[in-house]
Design a protein around this ligand. Structure first.
Ligand code: PAF
Length: 282
């Protein structure tokens, strides 16, 4: 595995592969890698000849008072995991490499950025869209893999790639969960043992929503009432939002039909977790 820290070294490797007709897949990450990230690498491997993984804790997607400073960072551990997972190139840039001197450019995707994470974390999706556009321009991949765990981010990135004609295929990877259903997330490391025991209630709540829809319920309000009742059974977990939205526009719907997502966010002590359920309903 090559490690590149500069745009020049990244481009040199990617250009060489592309000159040989090889397809390049990019997996953008912020490091603190877990099995969920490695599943994205595996998916990229199955769809491309070469896999580039970026590890970059992007400052512009964190708001004031968020966890940018304490976000877990362990470049040596990440590199060892990626080497073992078949990554061809680890891109590990400094902040100044991505945001060059005098950089004031920002990319804003409107529609799917509205509400939910966009409301709870003002400026978050502008930071995500900006860094993803920059990483696409740096690596010029044929495809890029994003996790369904961050469902609204996936909708924003799909809109970004489509609207700016970036020519990058966006590939979605299913959420990876612990045995008790908790979705893997780098932020799970913040949970106390008691919070970790309580956290799978979010998965159980989403499963209750899935069961209601499978039983024929098509009214979003009634499905969400069942979801909320499950979360209420765990008093240490405070639900911030739950909704039924269309998968591409990420806007709420009253009647359940087509490809939908049920996103939720909850607080456990000082930790905020998100999760979702994705369904196609005929
Ligand atoms: O999902 C993430 O880890 C980040 O938001 C991303 C896509 C790598 C952009 O910084």
């Amino acid at each position: 595995m090559i490690t590149a820290t500069t745009a020049h070294d990244l481009r040199r490797a990617v250009d060489r592969w592309r000159a040989h007709g090889e397809r390049v897949g990019l997996v953008p990450t912020m490091g603190a890698l877990h099995a969920g990230h490695l599943s994205l690498v595996e998916l990229a491997r199955s769809r491309a000849d070469r896999v580039v993984v970026s590890v970059f804790v992007n400052p512009t997607q964190f708001g004031p008072g968020e966890d940018f400073a304490r976000y877990p960072r362990d470049a040596a551990r990440d590199a060892a995991l990626l080497d073992g997972a078949g990554c061809d190139l680890l891109f590990l840039p400094a902040v100044e490499t991505v945001y060059g001197p005098g950089c004031t450019t920002r990319v804003r995707v409107d529609g799917p950025s509205r509400g939910f994470e966009g409301e709870a974390r003002p400026g978050h999706f502008e930071g995500v869209a900006t860094v993803v556009a920059m990483l696409f321009n740096l690596a010029r991949p044929d495809l890029a893999v994003f996790g369904e765990k961050d469902a609204q981010q996936l909708a924003v990135v799909r809109a970004l790639a489509r609207d700016l004609h970036l020519g990058v295929e966006i590939v979605a990877a299913p959420t990876v969960r612990d045995a008790d259903g908790l979705a893997l997330s780098s932020r799970n490391a913040y949970l106390t043992p008691a919070e970790r025991r309580a956290a799978p209630v979010l998965f159980r709540a989403l499963e209750a929503a899935r069961a209601a829809i499978a039983a024929g319920e098509r009214d979003s309000g009634r499905v969400l009432a069942q979801l909320r009742a499950v979360v209420a059974g765990e008093p240490s977990v405070s639900l911030e939002y739950a909704a039924v939205v269309t998968a591409d526009s990420f806007q709420p719907v009253d009647r359940i039909a087509g490809e939908i997502v049920v996103p939720l966010a909850a607080r456990l002590g000082s930790t905020r977790l998100i999760d979702n359920l994705r369904l196609r309903v005929e």
